[in-house]
Design a protein around this ligand. Structure first.
Ligand SMILES: [Zn+2]
Length: 358
């Protein structure tokens, strides 16, 4: 199936799903689901917040201020109590599931968390946890791979001269279609990954931006694709925001226990300078983990870890494999409500029941 046909099919399936959800809500299935799943803890996951076009570039990674505000309003109107991760985990540890409760988590620490999420969550008086990755927070340079993906996504079709990018193996590059752009993105990221340090990587990103930037301003260098600085993290912590662990370089370090321990130690040492809170909650970078990582985290004193697996959390959900709902600009209002009401959870459970039975 061609990419275009697959995309069209995807849109149709999505539209059908939305119609089914609207009907389900109308006939009362959302209210019923809410009652049936009140003993399931909802954990929401957000990443970046924006007022620019990052939400068009990566709708799963960025959410607009307007939509995020609508989400908070919905949570409030639906009468959920938003509780801290600490409280939720302590309750789950003692075998009690907080009823009708939501935990809000934010991953990474993209700059918009300071200007958009923090004030809004404060306005709603919601507790929340920020899982902070600290390499880029310390270096204060742009997150290279995402910045490069954005520049290639934004670049117009045409011919570009890369001869100013020293050491890069290609010079004149034609971008005729999406495949050319994807290929160039991969090539550039590979090149960026072998650069010796953060300042060389930042110069590289700026050089690529300049090459694409001949005709138009593609890139607001001042505020896109940065992670908040440690000073801001300190201010947030003093204001009551719970800052927790997400590894230093946004990786578990593969299958090496030593590498994972180093990632955790570097991350902890960095965050510890900004907060007096105990650092015992962890979030798997990109949701990736294997069984061995669970016991290594336990040895390091980690009490809870959140994944990117969808689902509610019950008294028997392992604390090191908590489920979360990944919200973003790609999720419609009705899909969000279906998730909060527990309707989607019941669909998931019935699907896995029929899979098991077949
Ligand atoms: Zn992350």
């Amino acid at each position: 199936m061609s990419k275009k046909i697959a995309a069209k099919k995807g849109i149709l399936v999505r539209q059908l799903k939305i119609i089914i959800l609207l009907i389900s809500k109308y006939i009362g299935l959302f209210s019923l689901s809410r009652k049936l799943t009140s003993n399931g803890l909802r954990i929401l996951c957000y990443h970046g917040f924006t007022n620019s076009d990052e939400s068009l570039f990566r709708p799963k990674l960025f959410i607009t201020e307007r939509l995020f505000k609508q989400r908070l309003e919905k949570i409030s109107k639906m009468g959920f109590s938003v509780i801290s991760l600490d409280k939720a985990v302590s309750m789950l540890e003692s075998g009690v599931v907080p009823e009708n409760s939501i935990v809000i988590t934010v991953d990474d620490g993209w700059l918009g968390v300071e200007s958009i999420a923090w004030p809004l969550l404060k306005e709603y008086k919601f507790d929340w946890t920020l899982y902070l990755t600290t390499y880029y927070a310390e270096k204060q340079t742009q997150v290279m791979n995402v910045a490069i993906q954005y520049l290639c996504w934004k670049a117009q079709k045409g011919e570009y001269d890369f001869s100013t990018l020293e050491g890069f193996n290609r010079t004149i590059i034609q971008l005729k279609n999406e495949a050319d752009s994807d290929f160039l993105t991969q090539d550039l990221i590979k090149f960026g990954e072998q650069l010796p340090n953060a300042s060389a990587t930042q110069k590289f990103v700026e050089c690529v931006a300049d090459i694409f930037n001949k005709e138009q301003s593609l890139f607001d260098q001042s505020n896109m694709f940065y992670i908040i600085g440690m000073k801001t993290a300190g201010l947030m912590s003093a204001d009551g925001v719970d800052i927790q662990l997400h590894t230093h370089r946004h990786t578990l370090g593969g299958t090496s226990k030593t590498a994972l321990n180093k990632e955790l130690t570097d991350n902890k040492n960095s965050i510890q300078k900004t907060t007096e809170k105990r650092l015992v909650h962890f979030c798997f970078p990109s949701g990736y983990y294997e069984n061995m990582h669970l016991s290594w985290l336990k040895e390091q004193g980690i009490i809870s870890a959140t994944t990117c697996k969808p689902g509610l959390n019950y008294s028997n959900t392992p604390l090191l494999e908590l489920n979360r709902f990944l919200d973003g600009e790609n999720i419609s209002a009705i899909e969000f409500e279906a998730e909060l009401s527990g309707f989607t959870e019941l669909l998931r459970k019935s699907r896995s029941f029929f899979k098991m039975a077949s």
